[in-house]
Design a protein. Structure first.
Length: 325
């Protein structure tokens, strides 16, 4: 999952036989004056936990048959605070070493302080739990991918360390909460499962208080449930619009102040024939007492359209004449 380059990593192709192969590995234990890597113009090393040692350290490690990868425990003799890491190069001046500045802060080291460096062997990690110090880390689009890419620059992880990840010109502090199978693990070519704990300054979103209408509605429902159930009266006759009004907040309906004597109006009386015209339907349909308008009038019958049978019995033009004078 995590790769590594430099003297602190590698594929382990020697099978752990030592720097030159064969022999029993010895112990490397030296003290150096520590300075930030920025003093050498190596700001790129601030993105990992690799250090720079002098050339004499490489010669000593070669004689001790130190197995690959080269991992070290760095401790502050004054405070007994320690961490672990790898080595990037052996180009420092004699008697000095160079650390990433965030490692010096974790170990409470100042420029020129003495630091003790010993070689160690760490198991490959299988699990690590991380906790961002600030909730700003959650604003990253894909924090898991960013973290996995950043940890490729690390050789080890130690419980209690607060590593720094540089992303998009901003630094994020991540605390190592838990490691398995040990408190310090090697992540060089290791398949590590990563878990996240909530940020230290993370606060659960406050649940909104229930609205007054909901509280009143709940009280109204409780009162209705506690009321004794009245016997249901079955009325076969339909009574439309016979229900009573209810307020949304559950309060009782008040009469207008302008007319206090006015109460709720009685339900309107609706004729059943209007809403149910089928009640008084005529079996067999409507029967006509006389022929409908236009019945029997066509060019075949000889009758004119609009004529009436009674009109033939009338005396036409029987009126008296009148003059304008």
């Amino acid at each position: 999952m995590f790769g590594f380059g430099g003297f602190g990593g590698g594929g382990g192709g020697d099978g752990g036989r030592g720097f030159f192969g064969g022999g029993v590995p010895g112990r490397f234990d030296h003290q150096y004056q520590v300075f930030p890597v920025t003093f050498m113009g190596r700001e790129d090393l601030e993105k990992g936990n690799k250090i720079i040692l002098p050339q004499s350290a490489l010669d000593h490690l070669a004689r001790l048959n130190i197995s690959w990868p080269m991992l070290f425990e760095m401790s502050n003799p004054a405070t007994s605070r320690s961490t672990h890491g790898g080595v990037q190069e052996f180009i420092a001046e004699e008697g000095t070493c160079f650390f990433p500045y965030w490692m010096m802060q974790n170990m409470l080291l100042q420029e020129g302080d003495l630091v003790r460096i010993t070689n160690c062997s760490l198991p490959k990690g299988s699990f690590v739990k991380l906790q961002p110090v600030s909730s700003d880390f959650l604003s990253i689009h894909n924090p898991r991918a960013v973290l996995e890419n950043s940890l490729r620059n690390f050789a080890t992880l130690t419980v209690g360390d607060c590593i720094v990840i540089d992303y998009n010109q901003k630094k994020y502090e991540i605390e190592i909460v838990e490691c398995k199978p040990a408190k310090a693990i090697s992540i060089i070519e290791a398949d590590v499962n990563v878990d996240f704990a909530p940020p230290k300054d993370y606060q659960e979103p406050a649940q909104p208080a229930p609205a007054a209408a909901d509280v009143a509605g709940a009280a109204f429902n409780t009162k209705v449930e506690e009321a004794p159930a009245e016997p249901e009266v079955q009325d076969k006759k339909l009574k439309p619009f016979s229900g009573a009004g209810q307020r949304v907040d559950g309060k009782a309906i008040k009469t207008p102040q302008s007319s206090p004597a006015m109460g709720p109006s009685a339900p309107p009386v609706i004729d059943e024939e209007v809403i149910m015209p089928w009640v008084k339907r005529i079996p067999g349909g409507v029967k006509y007492t006389k022929a409908p308008f236009g019945y029997g009038e066509s060019h075949m019958s000889g009758a004119k359209t609009g004529s009436d049978a009674t009109a033939m019995d009338m005396d036409l033009f029987t009126g008296d004449g009148q003059t304008f004078k």
